[in-house]
Design a protein around this ligand. Structure first.
Ligand code: GCU
Length: 370
């Protein structure tokens, strides 16, 4: 057994390649396995996502055809869609570089609506030939840490004042739903190379990007920056955050009610773990970025989770993560396979260095060398 295989064996995770009924998973039965994994994650972690709306449309609020020294179009729209309680809308910034006829797209769900933002180097992204759809997660539902789901998108799908059912969606689910609505709209407008759309987020929004791509196969690439617990990191026997940390901070509301039953049970949980989340993205492309001093996000558990995907990717005929048999040192990027992993030096942040790795990987992917 190789070193990384023994590291993974120590985590003692539930099998990805065994169906719920105990039969082995084959390449042919993988779609059914993916559906089983999604169901496990809905019930235990993120809650159930409502169906997509019948109609999505946008109203233009502002348009600048001369953005970034005339290199790009910047349009701010109000993105609208139907819900059971009427129309819901939130603002989205779309940036289209003139240098590309139809550019591949990053949908970036960010902490702030700013263009540019400290987490989003807009001009560099455009200069690298990518379009960008950028929105602020709190315009979908406030990250209020108070368990109030009767606001924002949450209010559109529930009876106000009622307690959540055990598998009712949490806020990560709501933010992920919004990412898919942005993609609906990109497809409708057909101004971009929307078949090549990446969904990207940092930290809690990295968790969100992964859940969005896990559910919505139209995303060809998922980008998770420092997402940690509830994101790219394996929970079992990990060294980062725990369910107790989310309860203490009030961020338990990002998940469904059943998630709370795993308090202090992370190391004995035989029902689910985050390897199931990444597996739902297979065999599509995935970028996971960690930061060396981000102990809360547990970089080793993020890396090991990428490694854990190799049995799934190889079953599906894809290289997965290409790595030497060791944990990567700071400032290492492993970008040869269908899974890209990098370890940045420094702390919890979404830096230009991270973006550099993601853009390089996405470009290589488009050029067909992945
Ligand atoms: C908190 C939270 C983390 C999350 C982070 C962030 O630290 O506990 O799980 O990833 O915020 O979103 O910045």
């Amino acid at each position: 057994m190789s070193y990384l295989q023994s590291e993974l064996a120590y985590r003692d995770l539930p099998s990805l390649l065994t169906h719920t009924d105990g039969t082995p998973v084959t390449a042919e039965s993988w779609p059914r396995r993916r559906e089983e994994l999604l169901e496990i994650l809905r019930v235990n972690s993120y809650g159930r996502t409502p169906a997509a709306p019948e109609k999505v449309w946008a109203e233009v609020l502002q348009e600048n055809r001369d953005a970034y020294a005339g290199k790009a179009l910047h349009r701010l729209v109000k993105l609208c869609f139907d819900t059971p309680k009427g129309v819901f809308s939130f603002p989205v910034n779309l940036l289209l570089p003139y240098a590309a006829e139809k550019a591949p797209v990053f949908i970036h769900i960010n902490f702030r609506p700013n263009v540019p933002d400290k987490y989003c180097p807009v001009e560099e992204i455009l200069d690298n030939g990518f379009a960008l759809a950028l929105f602020c997660y709190e315009d979908v539902i406030a990250d209020s840490h108070d368990g109030n789901f009767d606001q924002g998108l949450g209010a559109m799908f529930r009876e106000a004042g009622t307690a959540r059912t055990s598998d009712e969606w949490g806020k990560i689910g709501m933010w992920a739903y919004a990412c898919s609505r942005v993609l609906d709209w990109l497809i409708l407008e057909d101004e971009t190379d929307w078949r090549h759309t990446a969904v990207v987020g940092h930290s809690r929004l990295g968790k969100t990007a992964l859940w969005a791509a896990a559910q919505d196969e139209r995303f060809c690439l998922a980008v998770s920056n420092d997402s940690g617990f509830g994101g790219a990191a394996i929970h079992k026997k990990g060294t980062g955050e725990r369910v107790a940390d989310f309860i203490r901070a009030g961020s338990w509301e990002w998940y469904c009610e059943t998630f709370l039953t795993y308090l202090d049970k992370e190391d004995v949980n035989t029902v689910y773990d985050q390897h199931m989340l990444l597996a739902c993205i297979a065999p599509r492309h995935l970028c996971v970025g960690s930061a060396e001093h981000d102990s809360g996000a547990d970089p080793k558990s993020e890396f090991l989770n990428c490694y854990a995907q190799n049995e799934v990717y190889s079953l599906l005929g894809s290289p997965g993560l290409v790595t030497p048999d060791e944990y990567p040192a700071a400032d290492t990027a492993l970008q040869e396979g269908t899974i890209s992993y990098h370890m940045r030096s420094g702390t919890h942040f979404f830096s230009r260095t991270d973006w550099g790795y993601y853009m390089r990987y996405f470009r290589g992917m488009l050029d067909g060398d992945k």
